[in-house]
Every structure is written in C-alpha cells, then in structure tokens.
Ligand binder design. Structure first.
Ligand code: ADP
Ligand code: MG
Length: 279
C-alpha cells in the first residue's frame, strides 16, 4: 500500500524526490516561484512545533513571509524604475521646520489614495523649502502602495516629448509618435514633474507640456513642483491662455500645497553659524 502511494506521487515529480520531504518542498517552491517559502518553511515549522501552532497558523505564517518578500521586491523594483534623483523619505522630513505644511493633508497624500483616483498634487513654494524632498517621499509611498512612478524635471520631460515629436515630424508614418510616447508614459500611474518655472519654455515646449498634462487628465496622476505661484506660470509658458488651460486641467482634481517659510538649506546654515557663535 505504502509503495503504491509513493509510486503515484513520484509520477508528478522528478525521480527520487518523494523520498525526501525537504527536496520535495524545494522542488515545489521552485515550481511555484515562491523562494521565500523554500527558505522559511523549516525554521517556521520548528517554531510552530515549539509554540503549538495550528496547521492554519503555520500555513498563514509561511504565506505571509512570501507575500511580504514579494511586496518589498516589487517596491524595490518600482523605486528603481522611478528614477528618483535621490532616495528621500517622508520619515526623514522634518515637519517642525515647515509649519505651513498641513499635516493632515500630507498624511492623506502619503496613503497614495490619490493615485488610483488619478488625482494630481501640486507643490508650490520658494527654493529650498523641501518640494523635491516631499515629491520623492510621496513618490516612494506610491511605489509602496504598488503604483508605478516616474520622476523627472520639467526640462527633461519636455526633452523626452520633443524627441518623440521630432521623430514623428521627420517620418510621415511616425506622425503618431508623440501620441505613442504619451500613451507609454500613461502606463506610469504617477509622474512627477519637478522644477516647473526655473527655466522658461518656448512655444513648442509649452505646447508639449500642455499635451503631457492634458493626456493624463482624469486618467493618471501628475505631481508638479514649482517655485512660482500659478499667477506667474504665464511667464514660464510664454502664453497666458496655454498656462491657464493647463492649470485648469492640473487643479481640477488636485491637492495644491502652498509652502511658505525659509529655505531649509539656509536655515540649517544659519543654525550652524548660531551654534558656532554660542560656543
Ligand atoms: P526645493 O525642491 O523646494 O528647492 P529640496 O526638497 O531640494 O527643496 O530641499 C533642499 C534640501 O533640504 C534637501 O536636501 C532636502 O532633503 C532638505 N530639506 C528641505 N526641507 C526639509 C525638511 N523639512 N526636513 C528635512 N530635510 C529637508
Ligand atoms: Mg527642488
């Protein structure tokens, strides 16, 4: 009887595995692509025996470890592909330095719930106030929530679209190249456009930027940082009408955070100097 059972099991597995539970599990976890289970089942089984876990508790513990590893591997991958200029976290952000930032709004944005809703985020404020840091921190939260993110400066976003547009203009059959590029970018659930306003755009650049924002309207999220208030975006885009049409689309479903205060860099320098003086 025992021989028969072994023979049946062996049919589904390579030779000799049924004799050894360990190698059988190694095989099964490989087939299932669950390497964490392959790594933890034995230690957790010992723990389970020691602590008298039920079968259900043991199974849950094993599966939980696999899911946790898979999620953190996914997050790591998404952080890598987001191309953040540095890894800056919200946890590293000193909220006391920025009383103008509404903590409840930041906490809500940190849940990344705005991403599946295709809502936007706009961070406005003077240089050094922490806009890029916050944008990266919120971007990382979005990757942890499972969303794909892509970060770049406004200038680079426009250069990217400009290349696609140019390729389309050169080859008649590639006329839809810009549209294709915008579609490709829409696969990212959140794009971060850093530093709008530092460099004024010419007419072509302003139009490309408009198309980027318009192509995501109510479909996918945009996060924008700018050192200029909306009232001065006309200067950046060289055209009040284009600027206004874009701002309309950007803020229709958006959280706009206007940050005020000292530059963090300046303040940090001032505090260091003050400390030196006190010595
Ligand atoms: P902005 O993009 O508004 O010009 P950054 O986000 O680049 O400013 O901030 C300038 C520097 O100061 C960065 O190194 C950033 O990490 C740091 N910084 C700014 N605000 C804070 C803060 N409240 N807590 C911790 N670091 C901050
Ligand atoms: Mg910045």
């Amino acid at each position: 009887m025992a021989t028969k059972t072994t023979a049946t099991t062996t049919n589904a597995l390579p030779d000799g595995l049924s004799s050894n539970l360990g190698s059988k599990l190694a095989y099964l976890t490989r087939v299932l692509k669950t390497p964490t289970i392959g790594r933890v089942w034995e230690d957790l089984a010992a723990q389970a025996r020691d602590a008298n876990w039920s079968h259900e508790e043991y199974l849950t513990a094993v599966l939980e470890r696999q899911v946790a590893d898979r999620e953190s591997a996914g997050t790591m991958m998404r952080v890598r592909t987001a191309h953040f200029p540095h890894v800056k976290t919200l946890e590293d952000f000193n909220l006391d330095h920025l009383p103008s930032l509404r903590k409840d709004v930041l906490a809500h944005l940190a849940t990344a719930m705005f991403v599946p809703k295709a809502d936007n985020v706009v961070l406005l404020g003077p240089p050094g106030i922490g806009k890029t840091h916050l944008a990266i921190g919120l971007g990382i939260k979005a990757t942890q929530a499972g969303h794909s993110v892509l970060f770049d400066t406004a200038t680079n976003w426009i250069a990217r679209l400009g290349r696609a547009h140019h390729a389309g203009a050169l080859r008649a059959h590639h006329a839809g190249a810009l549209e294709l590029e915008l579609k490709k970018i829409r696969r990212y659930r959140l794009i971060i456009i850093d530093e709008v306003g530092y460099i004024p755009f010419d007419t072509d650049a302003a139009n490309l930027f408009f198309q980027l924002v318009a192509s995501r309207y109510e479909q996918a999220s945009v996060m924008v940082t700018s050192n200029l208030p909306f009232g001065r975006w006309g200067e950046v885009f060289g055209d009040e009408v284009v600027a206004e049409a874009m701002i309309d689309r950007l803020v229709h479903h958006a959280e706009v955070l206007t940050l005020a205060g000292d530059s963090y860099r300046t303040r940090a320098r001032r505090e260091l100097l003050a400390k030196d003086r006190d010595k």
